[in-house]
Design a protein around this ligand. Structure first.
Ligand SMILES: *Cc1c(COP(=O)(O)O)cnc(C)c1O
Length: 373
């Protein structure tokens, strides 16, 4: 074999190393997407990496954390907080609703020692979204550090850490941004850096460590990276931010809001015993719409039938115990379109009628189209 033919070229392979300048430029671009002046640290892993890293850095035995649970991620955060030695006050609200700023205010009144608040903005897993702007005002007035999981909201609805007083705001590329799952970012306020620096148990010299990025990357003027960056994920992150900028963030968010409104209206008109899982439309997340399966039917079985009818639709059953009762329409990213919503409703209609329910698919498609505007 000649030397030229020994290596077959491939777009994913033989990538040049990604340099510090490019890495910093991508961080700046993510910061602009979040309209934040805070430091943005990109982390080379799925969003659980900065989600866990931020909690372990900012919370310790001296912390009293208010952990808001509106879905499965809130449960995970509570586990990490306890593992760090924090005292945890759980505020669990039913998955079919959202938490209110008033509930947060009451929790502060009952436990004035709270100095950390963890909250999930939107939950793709349960389909709800929480009023972060209002909650942020209450948290700021109390003075607690504010940690937010915005993985499922970024790209689908506004995420504004500075305006809302969020100290640690974690995003991932894999939902409404339409990017890969292997890269994520966190914006960090000066207050949050100070809290971490004062925490002797914060991870240091560790892949989980945010402080390593502060001390060795940011404080050094972002000249030397801590390790070889994951080029594919970084390039994909850059590409998905670029694509959002090109379409316009407002247009991308409007598409997600329309997809949610259309799916909700379509599901109501479909009948067959399907109902929106989140009771009030204002509590429903733009990123994904959850539906309650008709009584007597199993959500996971309906979803399997629907996927048989049309394997391309973004339908999934709820995770874990929710697999019996919850159908998820994951109309995010490339699926935040009228076509994906129509196809989802039609496939769901087929599944329901096969299971013996009476449905109005034509009415559902009409209602979805009207709700899309
Ligand atoms: C999707 C999502 C994540 C990321 O977790 P995955 O297990 O990779 O899906 C984190 N937080 C929230 C709220 C999410 O919706």
């Amino acid at each position: 074999m000649s030397e030229e033919s020994a290596t077959v070229t491939h777009p994913f392979l033989d990538l040049a190393p990604l340099g510090a300048d490019r890495f910093a430029a991508i961080e700046d671009r993510v910061a602009r997407l979040l309209s934040t002046e805070q430091d943005v640290v990109i982390m080379q892993g799925e969003a659980l990496l900065p989600l866990e890293g931020a909690i372990r850095a900012a919370a310790g035995p001296g912390t009293t954390a208010l952990n808001v649970i509106t879905g499965p991620y809130g449960q995970t955060f509570g586990d990490w907080l306890r593992d760090c030695g924090a005292t945890v006050v759980d505020l669990a609200v039913p998955f079919h609703t959202a938490v209110t700023a008033e509930q947060i205010r009451q929790a502060f009144a009952e436990h004035p020692e709270i100095d950390f608040v963890s909250l999930v903005h939107a939950e793709a897993a349960t389909g709800n979204t929480n009023p972060v702007a209002e909650i942020g005002e209450v948290v700021r007035a109390h003075g607690a550090l504010f940690y937010l999981d915005a993985v499922a909201s970024v790209g689908a609805e506004p995420v504004l850490p500075d305006a809302w007083g969020v100290d640690l705001c974690v995003i991932g590329a894999q939902k409404a941004m339409g990017g890969p799952a292997g890269v994520s970012a966190v914006s960090v306020s000066e207050r949050a850096w100070a809290r971490m620096a004062a925490n002797p148990r914060a991870p240091r010299r560790s892949y989980l460590s945010l402080l390593d990025w502060k001390e060795r990357w940011i404080d050094g003027g972002r000249k030397a990276l801590l390790h070889a960056p994951a080029q594919l994920e970084m390039l994909a992150l850059e590409a998905c931010v670029e694509r959002i900028e090109a379409e316009g963030p407002d247009a991308v968010m409007a598409r997600h809001a329309s997809a949610a409104a259309a799916t909700r209206a379509g599901a109501v008109a479909l009948g067959g015993g399907v109902e929106p899982y989140v009771y009030e439309a204002r509590d429903a997340a733009p990123v994904a719409t959850t539906l309650r399966a008709p009584s007597g039917a199993v959500a996971a079985e309906l979803v399997a039938r629907a996927l048989q009818a049309d394997p391309a639709v973004p339908l999934a059953a709820g995770g874990g115990a929710l697999a019996k009762e919850m159908i998820r329409v994951n109309h995010y990213g490339a699926d935040a379109t009228p076509g994906a919503v129509r196809a989802s409703l039609a496939a769901l209609g087929t599944a329901l009628s096969e299971a013996g329910m009476s449905v109005d698919v034509a009415g559902a498609l009409r209602a979805a189209e009207e709700a899309w505007r």
